[in-house]
Design a protein around this ligand. Structure first.
Ligand code: FRU
Length: 474
C-alpha cells in the first residue's frame, strides 16, 4: 500500500480489525484502565474519545468478558466533565471486599475505580468512582478529588492494590519521572509514604501508568514487580514499558536492579497493567496493554476505530542465570483456542485466512542467522530474523504494508538465555497485529502491521520446524 494513502470519512478498514484482540467499535482508544475481575466477569475500561479518532476528550470506555476472548461493549463507564474536574485519564479499579470505603450499599462489595482528573488547564488530581451493581453502572465520589495536585505537572495514573499483610491499600502514582506510593485504610484518605525512581531505569521521557504487585516463582521466591511505562525512551523508539523487581515493605519499594528490564521490545506495547480481583481465586497476574506507540498512534490507518489492545498475557516471575525476570505469554484462555492447521509442505506454505493464527518456529542455534517471512501477493512482507551475532530477534516491518509516519521500522529484542541451543518462537498474527514470544515469554516483540491484503505465504530459509495453529473463537 502506498505511503500517501489518505483515509476518507466513509473508508472502512474492517480487513484490519483483529479477530481475537479487543478494539472499540469506533473512535479512538488508548490505555487499558480500571481492569477488575468480579463475579466471573473481566471488566476492561479504556481511554476513549467517544467523538473522534484522535486523542482528545478522554472518557473511560467499558467492555466486559468472561473468557478474555469475546468482549461485550457497554455504554461509557466514566464520563468526562470538561467544565468540572476534567477529563478522565488512566487508573485502576479494585474490589473493596470489606467495604472499607463505605461506598457499598450492603448487598455486595463496591467496585472502586481510581483515576486522574485532567482539567481544561491541564491540572491533574486523583479521584474515585464506584459501582454498587457489580460494575454495571458507575458514579463519581462526591468529594473528589481524593488527592490534590502538589504542583507537579505530570501527576497521574493511580493504580491501587490491597496489601493483605498490612491491612492497607497501596497506590502507585506517576509523578514526573518517579513513582510515588500512597497508603490508605479506606481508599479515600491517602498518605504519601515514599517515592522510587531517581537513579533507576530509563529517564528519556515521562513516567506513566505504574503497577505494583507481588509475584512468586515456581520455587516459592516472592518479589515485588513495579511496571512503569515511559515515553519517549523505549528501546526501539517512543513508547515502552520497563519493570523493576524488588521488595516492598508497606511503605518503600527497594530494588537492587542495575540494568533496565523491558517487558516487551516491540514498538507497540504501552501503558499495560494487570487485572485486580483475580487474586481472590488464583495467583494469576493477567496483563493487557495498548497496542500502539505515541509516535504515530494518532495516524494509524484504521477506520472507524483507532487503537486496540494486546492479547491478554499472564505475567510470571522466572529465576534464570542468577537473575529474575518477568515472562509474559498469552493467557491460557488464548492458548485454549489452538486448533492445529496443516501448512502445505515445501518452502512456500499457505497461511490460514479466516482466523488469527500462531506459528511456532524452531531451529537449532548452530544454524546461525535465520529468517521467517510472512508475505502476500502485493509484494508486502513481514520479516523476522534471528541474528546470531548478538543473539537477538529482529522484526522488520519496513515492507509490511502501510509504513507511513515513521511506522516502517525494525525492532530488535536481545535474547536472554545464552546457553540455550534451540530457538523457539511463537508468532501470533491476527490481521493487523503481530506478537512474537521468544524464550517462553522472557523476551517479546509486539508490533502492529497494516498489509494491504492478508499475508498468505510463509517462507522459511533453512533447517527448521514450523507448526501452525488457528486461534479461533468459538
Ligand atoms: C499513557 C497516558 C497516561 C494518561 C493517558 C491519557 O498513554 O499518557 O499517562 O493518563 O495516557 O490518555
Amino acid at each position: 500500500m502506498s505511503d500517501d494513502m489518505t483515509i476518507s470519512d466513509n473508508f472502512m478498514t474492517d480487513e484490519w480489525r483483529p479477530f481475537i484482540h479487543f478494539t472499540p467499535e469506533k473512535n479512538w482508544l488508548n490505555d487499558p484502565n480500571g481492569m477488575v475481575y468480579f463475579a466471573g466477569v473481566y471488566h476492561l475500561f479504556y481511554q476513549y474519545n467517544p467523538d473522534g479518532d484522535k486523542h482528545a476528550n478522554m472518557h473511560w470506555g467499558h467492555a466486559t468478558s468472561t473468557d478474555l476472548v469475546q468482549w461485550q461493549h457497554h455504554d461509557i463507564g466514566i464520563y468526562a466533565a470538561p467544565e468540572g474536574l476534567g477529563y478522565i485519564f488512566s487508573g485502576g479499579a479494585v474490589v473493596d471486599v470489606n467495604n472499607t470505603s463505605g461506598l457499598g450499599n450492603g448487598n455486595q462489595p463496591p467496585l472502586v475505580a481510581t483515576f486522574t482528573h485532567h482539567s481544561e488547564d491541564a491540572v491533574q488530581v486523583q479521584s474515585l468512582a464506584f459501582s454498587q451493581d457489580a460494575g454495571k453502572t458507575w458514579q463519581e465520589y462526591e468529594n473528589n478529588p481524593v488527592i490534590a495536585n502538589p504542583g507537579i505537572k505530570d501527576f497521574r495514573d493511580p493504580k491501587v492494590i490491597w496489601d493483605d499483610e498490612r491491612n492497607q491499600w497501596v497506590m502507585a502514582l506517576a509523578a514526573g519521572q518517579v513513582i510515588q506510593f500512597f497508603v490508605s485504610r479506606n481508599l479515600i484518605d491517602w498518605q504519601l509514604v515514599s517515592e522510587f525512581g531517581e537513579g533507576y531505569g530509563e529517564h528519556g521521557g515521562v513516567w506513566e501508568c505504574p503497577d505494583l504487585f507481588p509475584l512468586t516463582t515456581a520455587n516459592g521466591i516472592t518479589k515485588w514487580a513495579l511496571l512503569v511505562s515511559i515515553h519517549p525512551g523505549g528501546p526501539n523508539k517512543g513508547s515502552a514499558t520497563q519493570y523493576f523487581l524488588g521488595d516492598f515493605d508497606g511503605t518503600h519499594f527497594v530494588s537492587s536492579q542495575t540494568e533496565t528490564k523491558w517487558l516487551d521490545y516491540g514498538p507497540d506495547n504501552y501503558a499495560g497493567v494487570t487485572w485486580d480481583g483475580l487474586q481472590a481465586t488464583s495467583n494469576k497476574r493477567i496483563f493487557i496493554a495498548w497496542m500502539s506507540n505515541w509516535l504515530y498512534a494518532n495516524d494509524l490507518p484504521t477506520h472507524p476505530w483507532r487503537g486496540g489492545m494486546t492479547l491478554p498475557r499472564e505475567l510470571t516471575l522466572v529465576e534464570t542465570d542468577n537473575d529474575f525476570f518477568l515472562s509474559n505469554l498469552p493467557s491460557e484462555d488464548i492458548l485454549a483456542l489452538r486448533t492445529q492447521y496443516i501448512l502445505d509442505v515445501g518452502q512456500v506454505k499457505s497461511l490460514p485466512q479466516s482466523s488469527a493464527y500462531e506459528v511456532i518456529w524452531k531451529f537449532d542455534k548452530s544454524i546461525g542467522n535465520n529468517t521467517i517471512t510472512f508475505a502476500n501477493n502485493a509484494d508486502e512482507k513481514l520479516v523476522i530474523n534471528y541474528i546470531a551475532e548478538g543473539n537477538a530477534i529482529e522484526i522488520d516491518r519496513t515492507q509490511s504494508g502501510w509504513i507511513d509516519k515513521g511506522f516502517g521500522q525494525i525492532a530488535v529484542a536481545p535474547l536472554k538465555l545464552i546457553d540455550e541451543s534451540e530457538i523457539a518462537l511463537s508468532i501470533i498474527i491476527d490481521r493487523s497485529t503481530a506478537e512474537i514470544f521468544c524464550e517462553n515469554g522472557l523476551s517479546t516483540l509486539t508490533s502492529n502491521i497494516f498489509p494491504s491484503m492478508p499475508y498468505c505465504k510463509l517462507m522459511v530459509k533453512s533447517n527448521c520446524t514450523v507448526k501452525c495453529f488457528e486461534l479461533k473463537a468459538q
